[in-house]
Design a protein around this ligand. Structure first.
Ligand code: XIL
Length: 329
């Protein structure tokens, strides 16, 4: 049997995967063999945990934590504050208008204390705030109900509340397009601000939704160097390497072409070589899935399109990318 990724990289970083209630069954063997950390793909998002005010639904999240316990895996929590997959009731009063900042903070407190408190013994790190930086333009923050009600302040507030609930948890800011020169400057500014304010933030998550053609290794390196200068732990939190450039609209490939499989292997090898250089700063590398039979990139952003972004194929067999990555360590 092939070397286990978690053992191959034991001296570098944890090897993680996003899972869901289906994949902990269909990919159980693969997950248990190669991975020593998991993240719930959707099951710990606001809408999953508190769809109605005061009615918490922990079933799927608990099952994922139990799975991790069974196999001695670490768990990353994802995510407490985000503009997506969050219920409208959080921001609204009975008449459907926006609530005051005080009401929003009271609801945040209830949610964050309940959720982070529940998993205190089992979740060692939380993505406290996800994707608040604006992709384009001069504005620092993405516009959302969060900013409408509470400006920039809700961000530090979320970290404080999570820290109250579990003083031992590592608290992360997480974002995508993190290697893009413009956006990485903005992400840096936000996190620098939080650090200067003394907010309890301990890490930065680079989602790392990358593809065969970008970002460049230079941009990845620049991002790692820049973020590392803040003195926080870094993690890759949602790594996948799409077979398609972001603006590629093709939807007619039934199988992954051999030349793309080879290109992907080269790309993964180069990335892991680079990541290994920063093993003292990077605590974990988490893939946003485990094998090509299931990825959120199927149908996104192009409907009807299959994708093959991982190290293992749809039958859970190692791809060329797996062997190159395993050799890097
Ligand atoms: C995605 C899930 O993978 C999908 O199943 C869901 O429909 C949408 O969210 N950035 C994040 C993740 O932080 O939470 C997202 O996960 C992918 C992008």
């Amino acid at each position: 049997n092939e070397p286990k990724l978690k053992e191959v990289f034991a001296d570098c970083f944890q090897i993680g995967a996003a899972v869901n209630p289906r994949t902990i069954q269909t990919q159980e063997e693969l997950l248990a063999y190669h991975f020593n950390s998991i993240t719930a793909e959707n099951e710990m998002k606001f809408v999953s945990l508190q769809p109605e005010e005061g009615k918490f639904t922990f079933g799927d999240a608990d099952a994922i934590v139990d799975f991790a316990k069974r196999y001695g895996m670490q768990v990353r929590g994802h995510t407490l504050v985000w503009h997506n997959q969050t219920t409208d009731w959080l921001f609204e009063d009975r008449a459907g208008g926006l609530v005051s900042k005080e009401t929003l903070y009271a609801r945040m407190k209830e949610h964050i204390h309940t959720v982070v408190g529940r998993y205190k013994e089992h979740i060692y790190a939380w993505d406290v705030v996800n994707e608040v930086i604006a992709d384009e333009g001069q504005a620092l923050l993405r516009e959302s109900k969060w900013t409408e009600i509470a400006g920039i302040e809700f961000i530090a507030k979320a970290f404080e509340l999570a820290h109250e609930a579990d003083p031992n948890a590592l608290l992360f800011y997480n974002d995508y397009n993190e290697s893009n020169p413009l956006k990485r400057e903005k992400i840096y500014r936000l996190v620098q601000l939080l650090v200067e304010q003394g907010a309890p933030i301990h890490g930065m998550g680079l989602q790392a939704h990358w593809n065969l053609y970008g970002p460049s290794l230079d941009d990845i390196r620049a991002a790692i160097e820049k973020y590392a200068s803040l003195g926080l732990q870094l993690q890759l939190t949602e790594l996948d390497v799409s077979m398609f450039a972001f603006d590629d609209k093709r939807a007619d490939l039934k199988e992954a072409p051999a030349e793309l499989i080879e290109l992907q292997a080269q790309r993964y090898e180069q990335m892991f070589k680079l990541l290994k250089e920063y093993k003292d700063i990077i605590g974990a590398v988490t893939f946003w899935g485990a094998a090509d039979d299931y990825t959120w990139l199927d149908n996104f952003p192009v409907h009807g399109r299959k994708n093959w972004p991982f190290l293992f194929d749809d039958r859970h067999q190692p791809k060329p990318a797996y062997y190159r990555v395993a050799e890097v360590a």
